[in-house]
Design a protein around this ligand. Structure first.
Ligand code: 4UW
Length: 543
């Protein structure tokens, strides 16, 4: 039984034990350090336990070093004038410094916003403006993307020379006296992170996640026995730390438990297998395309993957067939699936380690302390098990709202605190969630968000294009690819390639159009809204 359906109010409630949120003065940094210091006291060898290690360079930080560095950096940032409510942006691949920066920034009441290193300068500039970023952390190879923003930059791992030119050195900041870290009273309801998501519609928006959201999500992921994982767990974090899944559900949730996190700066298939072998990784959280790659890979036996006890898939649908193929390939590793959103601090439904094939294809069962409703999209009435409707979620992990965007917040979070996910699904008699479709505009390419509105706005900025719409098109490897329908301006010549190139030059590679169809008009409702269903169904009908 995953959850209990209450017919009197139409709410599904989790069967898992409730989480105990710590006292309100604890922020994400003090909570993590409190937990790990306690473990240190219980076990003498814990102090030297590795908190995070870079799988490629071997650079690492123990839990004590993580704490000291975070406190030093907090002191250094405070000396620089970074204070409560200021937004700090990080543009960096995964690294052992990422958690240091997260905890330092959060511990002084400032707010971390993350950005995909693949973004173009134009995309980054938009986020800097929207979030009112005051300081940027980046690495030398990405410096050119933020150099001309006028915002002070700290180079992580830059050479001394580069740092001198920029004026602020990461190593200088880290050399500050950790005991000088400001002792601020941070409220757990204060914002810890601004993670960007397009939500159910339109352009990317800052998802306001509080300290409590992060702490709750971490606890929700570990409150009951089947979620706790094994003793001496080692988790591989090759998912990006800029995304909620990597940041909240893997990095923060595992560090606060005292679990070693092995990180990879970028995802590559064979190095991932090498890292599993080398670091005796027990747990691999990942996304469907990687599950497919493992299931189809010839030559897995070259690696000793015997330490791997569990693989978790999420961020996009994973079908039953792939799960079956994967379980044949790695018979000793259990398969799990989870469902979440940036707006729910990543967590929602999860099922860990179910070997039984009857669970394959399910997105999980309701996480602790979270309520769900399945709402009929026509009548707005809550639905009982097996009936499909929009998934709504309410609980301590649900975002505070979209940053500076009352309108978008109001259309996603209702007065009773329900998050309208824009996902269509049903909960079966056993309490398992099955995702059926996405009602919202969002396209997911390999688990990454692509907002149609963003590509449409770009297409419309081209004088050769009169009108355009972008919708998802199914793809075996990527899950979905962006497909543009384009109406040419009268008398203008434009090829598919021109359209591909025009977009590709201005967006991160994962947002590129992968299919273009020229049409004479875009179907719209009387109110002017693009009738996306018609476009989505059009190419399928042709097959
Ligand atoms: N099946 C079908 C799924 C699934 C899915 C997500 O980019 P965002 O905002 O957020 C995420 C978060 C994923 C995640 C975080 C932490 C975690 O433990 C976990 O479990 C494995 C997953 O992807 O996109 C949110 C949207 O992505 C789709 C769905 O449309 C959702 O609204 N999505 N998971 N298992 N679709």
């Amino acid at each position: 039984e995953g959850s209990v359906y209450d017919a009197s109010d139409g709410v599904y409630r989790s069967h898992r034990p409730q989480i105990q949120v710590p006292p309100p003065h604890m922020d994400i940094a003090s909570f993590l350090f409190h937990n790990t210091t306690q473990q240190q006291q219980q076990s003498p060898c814990f102090a030297n336990k590795i908190a995070v290690v870079d799988a490629i360079t071997g650079q690492s930080l123990t839990f004590s070093e993580l704490k000291r560095n975070a406190n030093s950096l907090a002191a250094g940032l405070a000396q620089l004038g970074v204070s409560r409510g200021h937004v700090v942006l990080i543009l960096s691949p995964n690294s052992i410094h990422f958690p240091v920066i997260l905890l330092a920034v959060a511990s002084i009441g400032a707010i971390l916003t993350t950005v995909n290193p693949l973004y173009t300068s134009r995309e980054i500039a938009k986020q800097i403006k929207d979030s009112a970023t005051r300081l940027i952390f980046t690495v030398p190879p990405l410096l050119n993307k933020v150099q001309n923003t006028g915002i002070p930059v700290v180079l992580i791992e830059g050479s001394i020379l580069e740092n001198i030119i920029l004026g602020i050195s990461y190593s200088d900041l880290l050399s500050a006296d950790p005991s000088k870290a400001p002792r601020l009273q941070i409220r757990q309801t204060d914002t810890a992170c601004l993670l960007y998501s397009s939500g159910t519609t339109g352009l990317s928006k800052g998802v306001v996640l509080s300290h409590r959201n992060f702490i709750a999500a971490a606890l929700q992921l570990s409150v009951d026995a089947d979620l706790q994982g094994i003793k001496d767990e080692v988790v591989l974090l090759k998912l990006p730390m800029f995304h909620v899944y990597g940041l909240a559900a893997v990095l923060y949730a595992h560090l606060q438990k005292g679990v070693t996190v092995v990180t990879m700066p970028k995802f590559e298939f064979e190095p991932m297998l090498e890292a599993i072998q080398k670091y005796r990784v027990t747990y691999l959280p990942t996304v469907p395309p990687v599950c497919i790659a493992i299931a189809k890979h010839q030559g897995l036996e070259k690696y000793d993957l015997s330490s791997l006890q569990e693989i978790l898939s999420g961020a996009a649908p994973l079908g039953k067939e792939i799960m079956e193929a994967l379980s044949l390939k790695l018979p000793n590793a259990k398969l799990s699936q989870g469902y979440g959103l940036t707006e729910s601090t990543g967590v929602g439904f999860i099922l860990r380690g179910q070997q039984d094939t009857q669970y394959f294809g399910a997105a999980g069962s309701l996480i602790s302390s979270l309520e769900a409703k399945i709402v009929d999209i026509e009548s707005g009435k809550p639905l009982p098990p097996t009936k499909q409707g929009e998934i709504w979620l309410r609980g301590p992990n649900i975002m505070q709202g979209y940053f500076n965007n009352k309108e978008a917040t109001a259309s996603t979070l209702d007065d009773e605190g329900w998050l309208h996910t824009g996902d269509l699904g049903y909960i079966n008699a056993k309490g398992l969630l099955f995702i059926v479709d996405r009602l919202k505009e969002l396209i997911k390419y390999k688990g990454f968000q692509v907002a149609p509105a963003e590509l449409e706005a770009l297409l419309l900025s081209n004088p050769f294009i009169l009108d355009a719409a972008v919708v998802p098109f199914p793809d075996e490897k990527a899950g979905q690819i962006p497909h543009a329908f384009v109406v040419k301006s009268p008398g203008k010549q434009l090829s598919e390639n021109d359209v591909f190139r025009f977009v590709a030059d201005q967006v991160a590679p994962f947002k590129k159009l992968r299919k273009v169809t020229f049409v004479t008009s875009i179907p719209k409702s009387p109110a002017g809204k693009i009738l996306r269903r018609q476009l989505i169904e059009k190419p399928l009908a042709k097959l």
